[in-house]
Design a protein around this ligand. Structure first.
Ligand SMILES: *Cc1c(COP(=O)(O)O)cnc(C)c1O
Length: 468
């Protein structure tokens, strides 16, 4: 036997490890298939290294610990928490709205028990799934009735299909928008069977443009929130109030796809936030649709509120079955809407609104706390591995809400001295828990707006580990 053959022969067999005490323990904590795969992979890696003469010896303890790390990695959840250091509050790629903790209690109770999801206690008969949020939606928005579906894209689709299949829907050319993830108004329109009737130009549309386009086959007047862009300069668009008046004159329903849809009036806070859903409803708009997980700050969902006669037609549309909301979402949404009954303080209890509207002094304090904790670490200050400063910057709301509005924020700017800023960004992103931050000029920016207080310690530790 050569030394190499002897070395190879000394590697344990898969079965041997599987049957060992350690193997038995692993099988109690990890799925057997991952235990097996991890043992095989690590042994195979060592075997190859030995054949290439890259490994002359090994320790069984190290082998076992590598196997354990591997199976831990294999059995990790794919969907898991991330520290959002981008400052973008409604970050679609990072899960949009962060739900209030208290809401989860309700989800748990409903999800882990049978419920009256579609059961009417009074009559002992089948009830309606939407009935659970009807009253709340009426109370909060002032609308006659409300429905909820899977997301706002589905809400728009089902409304168009129910109200204007085979009929013309008049939309301004300035509002034929594309929202991220291939939601394009003209495409949704054709999927619903409605006929798009464009009016006006990209920058200007007048009420007379709508009026001239009305004919006996007009099914709906649609207004779409521009959401993720702003046209500035020589522009004109028709207000929802004027459109509502026009609709009434010709007896044609008016719908507003509001996209984000805020449920609180923040004028008193002097925040340049758009009119709340309540104002749109009051303007006489027949149907308003908006997302559950944008400014509302709840779970993914598409809320439809408006005139009961139209809501009833929409509820009966066959597409409703395909886009229906599940019980966990419904439980979460009901709990979030409950918070909105307190219309003065609601925003402080909804993390999305709270992060968006928090005082910049508070963000500054958080940024300073993070910077100080990094800088005062003995290992860090000894090695002189980066410059760390708190800087003033701006963050965006994200989520197609408030385009062009910049929110003053504070960030920790880190300029590493021994590694590149890109490498630092990658290390933070790929570690555990992942930290998503942005690079500006030659610095990595940790925007303190979206970092939760409970995340500071772990964030600081990860940053230090990535730098030193
Ligand atoms: C975001 C948005 C949508 C899509 O809403 P989802 O809840 O993401 O499906 C539709 N219309 C507008 C105007 C939007 O801003």
């Amino acid at each position: 036997m050569t030394t190499e053959q002897r070395l190879l022969a000394s590697l344990p067999a898969v079965d041997e490890i599987l049957k060992s005490e350690q193997g038995a323990l692993w099988q109690q904590s990890f799925p057997r298939r991952y235990v097996l795969r991890a043992i095989r992979d690590v042994i195979e890696r060592y075997r190859r290294a030995m054949l290439k003469k890259e490994c002359e010896d090994f320790s069984l303890d190290l082998l076992l610990s590598e196997m354990q790390t591997h199976m831990e990695k294999l059995s990790e959840f794919s969907l898991r928490p991330v520290i959002n250091a981008t400052g973008i509050v409604i970050h679609t790629n990072l899960g949009r709205s962060v739900l209030p903790e208290a809401v989860l209690e309700n989800v748990k109770t409903v999800a882990c028990n049978y419920s009256n999801l579609e059961y009417d206690f009074e009559q002992g008969l089948r009830g309606k799934r939407y009935s659970h949020i009807q009253t709340l939606l009426r109370e909060i928005t002032g609308a006659e009735a409300g429905l909820v579906v899977n997301n706002n894209a589905a809400a728009v689709l089902v409304c168009l299909s129910a109200l204007s299949k085979g009929k013309e829907v008049i939309v301004s050319r300035g509002e034929l928008v594309e929202i991220g993830g291939s939601f394009r108004i003209p495409d949704v329109m054709s999927s619903s069977g409605a006929i798009l009737k464009e009016v006006g130009t990209t920058n200007k549309t007048h009420i007379s443009d709508y009026e001239q386009a009305i004919n006996e086959n007009t099914g709906l007047l649609l207004k779409v929130h521009q959401s993720n862009f702003k046209i500035t300069g020589f522009t004109q668009s028709v207000t929802i109030e004027d459109l509502a008046v026009l609709g009434k004159k010709y007896n044609i329903p008016v719908m507003f796809d509001l996209g984000s849809g805020c449920l609180v009036d923040l004028k008193s806070l002097k925040i340049p936030i758009e009119p709340p859903v309540q104002d749109i409803v009051r303007s006489g708009t027949d149907i308003v649709t908006f997302s559950g997980d944008k400014l509302l700050g709840g779970p993914q969902g598409g809320v439809i509120v408006g005139k009961s006669q139209l809501i009833e037609i929409i509820a009966k549309n066959p597409l409703m079955r395909a886009v229906r909301i599940d019980k966990m979402t419904l439980a979460a949404l009901e709990a979030v809407l409950m918070i909105y009954l307190d219309d003065v303080n609601a925003w402080t209890r909804i993390p999305t609104l709270n992060m968006l509207l928090q005082d910049s002094e508070i963000i500054k304090e958080r940024a300073e706390a993070i910077a100080l904790q990094i800088k005062t670490d003995p290992g860090f200050s000894r090695k002189d591995c980066a410059s760390v400063d708190v800087i003033k910057d701006v963050s965006q709301s994200g989520g197609g809400a408030l385009p062009g509005t910049e929110f003053e924020t504070f960030a920790v700017a880190i300029r590493p001295l021994n590694i590149s800023v890109n490498f630092l960004e990658e290390r933070l992103r790929r570690g555990n828990p992942p930290i998503v931050a942005r690079i500006k000029e030659d610095a990595l920016l940790i925007d303190a707006r979206t970092v939760r207080d409970s995340e500071i310690v772990i964030l600081v530790n990860r940053v230090k580990a990535a730098l030193v």
